[in-house]
Design a protein around this ligand. Structure first.
Ligand code: ADP
Ligand code: GN1
Ligand code: MG
Length: 364
């Protein structure tokens, strides 16, 4: 439910904002939180105000504690490396006037961060930008690789655990809460066919062959800020930074950046993998991530693209079957449209699997 400007100004009054608020309006395309930009009497966008979706991020203390640790850790690394433009290279969240990491108004949780000047994000990118993004996400994981185990909590437990996502999917099928199962049976069958092959990470982990690392877990294209010269400033949207499997952070970029169409494209002819974007991202990513990846992880990177696309297909379809309780939707069948587009991308990734695996040989 959107609020009046006066109500937003009241919320902002709990943070040490400079100047008076002139304009406050929605920003970005997120499916979970509400994001607003705040223009002050300086005439510039100065702040980002976000309402945390606490039905999804139920432990806001853990969430904001994680973000505080991650941003401080990265800031320290940048300082050690003599970085000059630090305030554009890492997000800065403002504590409230009484020193808290967020403001609770009795109903909702709010946070404020500095708007990074002269920055922009993209929904679609070029191979050049993709290469830069790959380096940035590899570097992000590398900078966080020395966080002690247990430093960060799982803000959404089992977030990218495929076995868990399939369990939720099966529960949704059993309930059939919105009576939509018949309509989607052929998609359900396609998901079932692939289920075992998509749970390899969890198996390897149990066998002690794969470890957990700190990942971003939402490496969508639009979660990177670029400067005016196409160089990466920083990685944003840090809600899901948590321990998990390394494939998450290449997988979700392949799913979003290397998709020639949109995540919810109704024209499925537009949805297929753009191999130039895949190659450029992988090249950039390997440049920074080869410092810590194991051979088994490297060999699995193309599988990561399929896995995250499959996982997203499962998650959108689960939400459709449940009656749209999780993702914000903009039309009645939005989650079904998203499911079909993700499944089409998965098929394209499957068709290109051998070519993608061949491309990895350079690093093996
Ligand atoms: P959401 O959960 O809505 O995806 P994000 O944190 O990703 O929230 O923000 C949405 C969009 O707002 C981003 O894609 C980016 O374009 C812009 N944005 C967010 N934070 C900043 C910031 N600190 N400086 C500049 N732009 C930002
Ligand atoms: C959600 O908030 P946003 O739009 O960046 C979701 C991701 C999905 C993505 C699909 C907490 O991300 O996991 O991949 O939508 N975030 C959460 O577009 O569930
Ligand atoms: Mg985002």
């Amino acid at each position: 439910m959107s609020k009046t400007k006066e109500q937003y100004v009241e919320i902002l009054s709990h943070f040490p904002i400079e100047g008076s608020v002139e304009v406050i309006e929605p920003f970005g395309n997120g499916h979970i939180n509400d994001t607003l930009k705040v223009v002050t009497d300086s005439g510039e966008i100065r702040y980002i105000l976000q309402r945390v979706n606490h039905h999804i991020f139920t432990n806001v203390d853990m969430l904001q504690g994680n973000i505080d640790k991650v941003t401080k850790h990265i800031r320290k690394k940048l300082e050690e490396h003599g970085e000059k433009d630090i305030d554009r290279k890492v997000l800065t969240f403002l504590p409230t006037k009484d020193g808290k990491l967020y403001y609770y108004d009795g109903e909702n949780y709010w946070r404020v961060c500095l708007f990074i000047p002269r920055s922009r994000s993209f929904e679609e990118i070029t191979p050049e930008l993709s290469y830069e993004a790959g380096k940035a996400f590899g570097d992000f994981q590398f900078m966080l690789s020395d966080l002690p185990e247990g430093a960060l909590g799982e803000t959404i437990p089992n977030f990218h655990n495929m076995e868990f996502r399939l369990q939720q999917f099966h529960d949704a099928i059993k309930e059939n809460a919105a009576g939509r199962l018949n309509e989607v049976q052929s998609l359900v069958d396609e998901i079932e066919k692939r289920a075992k092959a998509m749970c390899i990470q969890e198996e390897l982990y149990r066998e002690g062959k794969l470890k957990k690392r700190t990942n971003h877990c939402d490496t969508k294209v639009n979660n990177i800020l670029f400067d005016e010269n196409g160089k990466v400033l920083c990685v944003i949207d840090l809600d899901t930074v948590m321990p998990g499997f390394v494939l998450s952070d290449i997988g979700d970029f392949i799913r979003t950046g290397a998709n020639a169409g949109a995540e919810d494209d109704e024209n499925l002819d537009r949805v297929y993998v753009n191999m130039d974007i895949f190659k450029a991202y992988t090249r950039g990513y390997m440049e920074t991530a080869k410092a810590f990846l194991t051979p088994i992880e490297i060999s699995m990177l193309p599988y990561g693209g399929r896995l995250l696309t499959y996982m997203q297909t499962v998650r959108f379809l689960t939400d459709y079957i449940n009656g749209d309780t999780y993702y914000k939707i903009h039309s009645p069948k939005h989650n079904l449209i998203r499911t079909k587009a993700q499944f089409k991308l998965l098929q394209s990734l499957e068709e290109h699997a051998v070519e993608m695996e061949d491309f990895m040989k350079e690093w093996l």
